[in-house]
Design a protein around this ligand. Structure first.
Ligand SMILES: [Zn+2]
Ligand SMILES: [Zn+2]
Length: 200
């Protein structure tokens, strides 16, 4: 699987473009801003964008979704719970355990509420595109509308910790990591493992 990473917008969101190296079928995850740069990459690499996937509805992740959708004709996928954060045409729902395909690859959807009610992570080819649910060393803030500390800890416990240690984490902001590293270094994952989150 080919992965192009673009850091876009003033909040420096990681926009990921995943592509099948043979068929050039592609998906864009979180086109937050800088649609020209995203489309330039798509054209240079001769990617055929089939789907636009949003980890959640915050503006720094969805800002260029409509432009990218109208340029490529690809529909935009977002969890129903985050639709109210973001009004766009061509919406398709994603839900827990959905399989989304492009080329020979399949992306599995994990519903991970907490940062927002409709936050999801996308698991593809041993890589977790974690949006603002998990970062290297931290988790997404839960003090914004719809956020819940208990929910994000539950999501980490039930959806993130069971993943294999060698799964790479490609978050919505900042550097990449792995489940193994975060189980060791990330205080929120450590709390979730130890069952300490009810203390907060
Ligand atoms: Zn966010
Ligand atoms: Zn963000």
């Amino acid at each position: 699987m080919l992965i192009e990473t673009l850091v876009v917008g003033f909040l420096e969101n990681n926009c990921y473009i995943l592509a099948d190296e043979d068929s050039r079928s592609a998906v864009i995850i979180d086109p937050g801003d800088n649609e020209e740069d995203i489309l330039k990459t798509v054209n240079e690499k001769k990617f055929k964008v089939e789907k636009i996937l949003l980890t959640h509805g915050h503006p720094d992740h969805v800002g260029a979704a409509e432009a990218a959708s109208s340029e490529t004709g690809a529909p935009v996928y977002i969890h129903d719970e985050d639709k109210k954060l973001f009004k766009i045409k061509a919406q398709k729902p994603v839900a827990e355990n959905d399989s989304i395909t492009f080329g020979k690859y399949t992306i599995k959807v994990l519903h991970t509420p907490g940062h927002t009610p409709g936050s999801v992570c996308f698991l593809a080819d041993g890589k977790l595109f974690s949006g603002d649910t998990v970062f290297a060393g931290s988790v997404g803030r839960t003090d914004l509308p719809g956020g819940s500390y208990r929910d994000i800890m539950k999501s980490i416990k039930e959806k993130i910790l069971p993943l294999s240690d060698d799964v790479e984490i490609l978050p919505g902001h900042g550097p990449s990591s792995s489940i193994k590293e975060e189980k060791r270094e990330n205080p929120f994952l450590v709390d979730a493992m130890e069952g300490n989150y009810h203390l907060y």
